[in-house]
Design a protein. Sequence first.
Lengths: 343, 365
Amino acid sequence: MKGRFGKWMMWLPVCMTLSAADAAADSRPVLDGIISGHIVPRYQALEAAADDLSKAIQADCRDDAPGDAGSRAAFSSALLAWQSIQHIRFGPVMVDNRHYRFEFWPDKHGQGARQLRKLLAAGRDKIPSADRIGKSSVAIQGFPALERVIHGKISDAAAACALAESIAGNLKAMSSDVVEEWSSWQPGSVPDMGKLLARNLADQLDVMAGLKLARPLGETLETARPRRAEHWRSALSYAALAANFDGLHGFFAGENSQPGLRAWTVAGGAPAHQADQLAEHLKFGSTFVGWQKVPLHDAVSDRGARDKAAFLASHVRHTEDLVKSVVYPALGVAAGFNSQDGD
Amino acid sequence: MAIDRRQFLVGSGAVIAAPAPGTAAILHSSVYLSGARTGTGRHAAILLDADGEIQWRVELPDRGHGSAFRPGSADAVIFARRPGTFAFVMERSSGVVNSVIAAPANRHFYGHGTYSADGRLLFTTENDFAEGRGVVGVWDAADGYARKAEFDSGGIGPHDIAVMPGGRVLAVANGGILTSPETGRHKLNIADMKPSLAFVDAADGTLISSHALPADLHKLSIRHMAVVQSSAIVVAMQYEGAFEDRVPLVCRYQAGRLHLMAAPAPVTEAMKNYCGSVAADSAGQIACVTAPRGNISTFWSTTDGRFLGSAGIEDGCGVCAAKGGGDFVISSGTGRLVSANPSAITGISASHVGVMAWDNHVSGG
């Protein structure tokens, strides 16, 4: 009896230090794991894919064919590499507007189309270099602009080639810079970083449900807007969503033998089975997308396939709710009425 | 730096313990109007007396935002939060709804408006979302709130609006952020946003002048303003740039220029790149800027821009002048109502805690 009591006394101070705040302070190894196991490898994959893309476009452009199969395949790989790390909205990717420069979307007022038309009309000699395109409008230097050149109708192939090479060169330069800058990036306070990561997770799900799915779906079959689907030109809308889920799963569950946000969430007091449920939701998202045969931009106005896209939208919203009910409290994200979303 | 909400930090660094909430009412004689989420999850406009007791409540179809009292009249108005399309005009003594203003087709409200100095006209900030253009709507309060005119706000995403002393000029805080009802509250142009403080002629909308911060601060959204008699304006901002950045969040317009106002680094850090609201005191000498994400409210001199101190108030956002010089009423999403000045904080009413969530802004009348 005495022995057991003594043991209990020994454990008491240990238990008392395991408050949520201390759990967060002890989460520096998890933060480091998310960076070294998830963020940096995914940006490295993007860098490699952007390099391949740049080379594929150069190869196809020897025959003045910027939209050939090699370029299109490399575009798909690079775009999906980007989509799988799109949820990170802090650190080097936010420096110099890079996140918007990788992908300015939705382009509600068609700035990209207008500016690209003007640029291409000026002819090959007037096309800016990769470096100069990186300093021009965000609407003409990222994946959506390149998609228009590679998958759109082009009259001046020489100009289109020069532009595609410049945009791809800029994407490669940006991804190299992001990888490089991560090596010297210093986090802020660890608890603040936890809140930020939790918000990045929920915000990405919000973008997926609201912009990528609900917006093309419209309210009804009759009001569906196929061209509001992200990357409809390359028919990669669903693939992009699968990459989003895949990236979020790696972010949350951990990858490359490193922990993810799940470990932090459980350390902050969330029940493990709820955290596991969230991980399963993220995994199921990409599995479900993989089952789809009709491209999203066709599915939204197809009586049979539309229901599946609508189901996916509600699945994403449900997953977002899980983040807010499981991850937010564990990481101390304030549920303050006025601090939730600004105005 | 975490700031205990029971601590009150004065500029000198002295710490004074706050009295428990719910202590005796202090000297206010006005009424206060605020939007709220009620205990049952509905949205309402609520008029409070000086003791923080509810005089009346009016149910709203959705979340309210800013409000205003009409000079020389019994009217009080509350505006829908963006991208809402309604504004309710209520009788301040009874809460009887006299008019419901609907935004015209292809326009939605941004949540703020102001009456002309003589009370004849109501000006509202609006989004012409087909064109992505900021608009000031003009309504004839003397003619049943008929739509009278509209003009350019001088930028994208107009938010707060105020009449300058003299009554002939409107100041508009153009937040610079493009949104559209069809994409909800998603921000569509952060990379190239260009916020501005614009002055327009209240009679015909002519743009008189427009003021922007240095280009490297173009992601500081100019959102809320407090105008003082000297025609100085204290501007409370929200930063849309990188999470890691630390930038000044308050500036002052004076003598034709915007002047950034710096707080001590730990205060800037605590404000979390986001200001919720701003008000000037009754004497026009002191401004209070709330930062609900950081659970901190800050005090500043309107005359020279000096930082005077801060108070820890959880989710404190709504702020307006109280009767005494330097005194403010601050409302919180937790339901708390406090009176604060740069050296003391006093609970006004604790009876709404856990029931009402006071929404972003409170107006005194």
